[in-house]
Design a protein around this ligand. Structure first.
Ligand SMILES: *[C@@H]1O[C@H](CO)[C@@H](O)[C@H](O)[C@H]1NC(C)=O
Length: 237
């Protein structure tokens, strides 16, 4: 009996640890994160700092936050990346949930449409140590158009623990072609409220890690018009 009780306690307490575990971007800066090297709130925005920026957007039962977690960043300088550049992105890892499936997507229209630019299925972050800042590279497509207000979204479904969706967004500048299009698939937002696709825990799923839903993502192309270069004209008097 004593053994049973302590086993039950152990199971409960390890579940509690898993349920609390979180991951977000650390670099580039996640929206409204509490990191000193990131854009800071102004005097009226201190209550908007997200000290729990690593937490998920909710579970399959309930949505608690919008995609990206926050609608905007604090004002500040956005990092600039070149089309084709591999960013040595850094993730702030609490506990890794035994990994999961990562998607990275770009939006050129303030989060209305997303194009997936990279996938890492099944074991994404599985080897990221708890409590670490873990480098997880992401490559901007070589044909990505220039954009001064681009959102880079890291999206993650975890393998173990609550059936959660994570999304951490960084506001960035991309220097690429002046106008053009970007094609890919629209991201899967699974385990995000009762009407979203459900991905079970990998360890108990009999091999189902949501592959059918990832395979069914819809192709999408976004087109960004060229910016007309402003000619240097003396102002009319
Ligand atoms: C982007 O959309 C959010 C809502 O999701 C809104 O709060 C914000 O003002 C928008 N930003 C711009 C630059 O339009």
């Amino acid at each position: 009996m004593k053994l049973l009780i302590s086993t039950a306690f152990l199971a409960l307490s390890s579940f509690a640890v898993i349920a609390d575990a979180h991951i977000s971007f650390r670099y580039p800066c996640p929206r409204r994160g509490p990191y000193s090297e990131c854009p800071q709130p102004n005097d009226n925005q201190w209550d908007l700092v997200d000290y729990d920026v690593q937490s998920p957007l909710g579970t399959h039962d309930q949505i608690t936050d919008p995609i990206c977690k926050h609608p905007s960043s604090f004002a500040g300088v956005r990092p600039t990346f070149q089309a084709g550049q591999t960013i040595a992105a850094k993730m702030d890892v609490d506990v890794n949930h035994n990994g999961g499936s990562c998607q990275w997507a770009l939006s050129y229209d303030n989060g209305t449409t997303w194009v997936v630019i990279q996938d890492h299925f099944q074991d994404c972050l599985a080897t990221a140590p708890a409590g670490s800042t873990y480098t997880l590279p992401v490559t901007i497509p070589a044909n990505a158009p220039t954009g001064n207000n681009v959102i880079l979204n890291w999206i993650w479904n975890n393998n173990e623990g609550n059936r959660e969706l994570y999304s951490s967004c960084a506001d960035i500048v991309i220097q690429g072609t002046n106008g053009g299009s970007l094609s890919g698939v629209a991201p899967l937002f699974a385990n995000y409220g009762p009407s979203s696709p459900f991905i079970p825990e990998k360890a108990v799923s009999g091999g189902n890690w949501g592959q059918q839903y990832f395979a069914a993502r819809k192709p999408i192309t976004v087109t960004i018009p060229p910016t007309k270069l402003k000619r240097q004209i003396a102002p009319l008097k």
